[in-house]
Design a protein around this ligand. Sequence first.
Ligand code: GLA
Length: 380
Amino acid sequence: MNKLFAAIITVAIVFGITSCQSNKKDNAMIEKTSFGKTSKGEEVYLYTLTNESGAQVKITNFGATVVALYMPDRNGNLQDIVLGYDNVSDYEKGTSYFGAIVGRYGNRIGKGKFTLDGKEYQLATNNGENHLHGGNIGFNKVVWQVLKTDAADGGAEIALKYVSKDGEEGYPGTVALTVTYKLTKDNELEIDYSATTDKPTIFNPTHHSYFNLSGNPENTILDNELMINADKFTPVDAGLITTGKLEDVANTPMDFRKPTRIGARIEDNFEQLKFGKGYDHNWVLNNYDKTVKLAASLYEPKSGRFMEVLTDQPGIQFYSGNFLDGTGSGKNGKPYKFRTGLCLETQHFPDSPNKPEFPSVRLDPGDTYRQTTIYKFFTK
Ligand code: GLA
């Protein structure tokens, strides 16, 4: 009897302590502050999501943009590892898509033209003679509605919504898109997309954070080791429009199947790298089956930060920050120089609407577009 009593007390104490610890540990939270006003006078906000270990992501409802992301280095020091601006007016003026949700169509559509059900559509040609990242006022330049914020299970999340009207930027159909950012207790930044349309349309949003895992944007990304889980990439022409072919990465500077320093071959005399002024290409992810799997990883040797990118998308654009040129001023008034940030944009292949051989980007009424992409952070 005494033994039973002792056992019950022991169990009670153990459970008591555990729940007390987890309560104490669970200090995940969300804070909302002003992020200023757009030029049209719309108030925008900055939401700071903090997980139980102190990692943080700051998101504004202007462009559903990741403004800052604080992750630990191998000594536990939290540093901001994404590029961005300090205020909304710089985001309004900016041309780099820092941290934004890009849409309706991430990357390029040749000559801004496509045909759907026999009707030709003309979009803005805002990148030479081609259409880029949704046009003149893409999803990155509009104010999103905040549907909810929530902190639970040691993590925090925010859901944002944007309704793009029929004809906006030349695209058919009213599209309603919800993007949920979740910062989990395991230092994952998960991005879930869900969208519907009221008319047949094309749809291919992506996320455009520029990572600099060193935590110091004065450093280039050239010594980062990148792995991309792809045997093939989609070669482009001089205007960076996909040719429709898939090419083997083997024996080319596009082969990142084993972790490789980005700077190792970026200046090689390889036509595709000349066209992109560095890496600015889409890789064809291996074993695409619409489930979430490892697409890429990135390691920064000095800080020890290591990032994995997981997605259910068929492609990933690796852009090595070749258009960053040290003009303009980023966070803390500092300009971002050539190749001081890189993007890993999960997506359907560029110019898919004009390449019937590529996976389809068509979205019909009654169907729901979904995407899940996870940026997961560790140290080594
Ligand atoms: C994408 C494009 C690049 C460039 C950047 C933003 O990665 O492929 O060419 O436009 O966005 O500058």
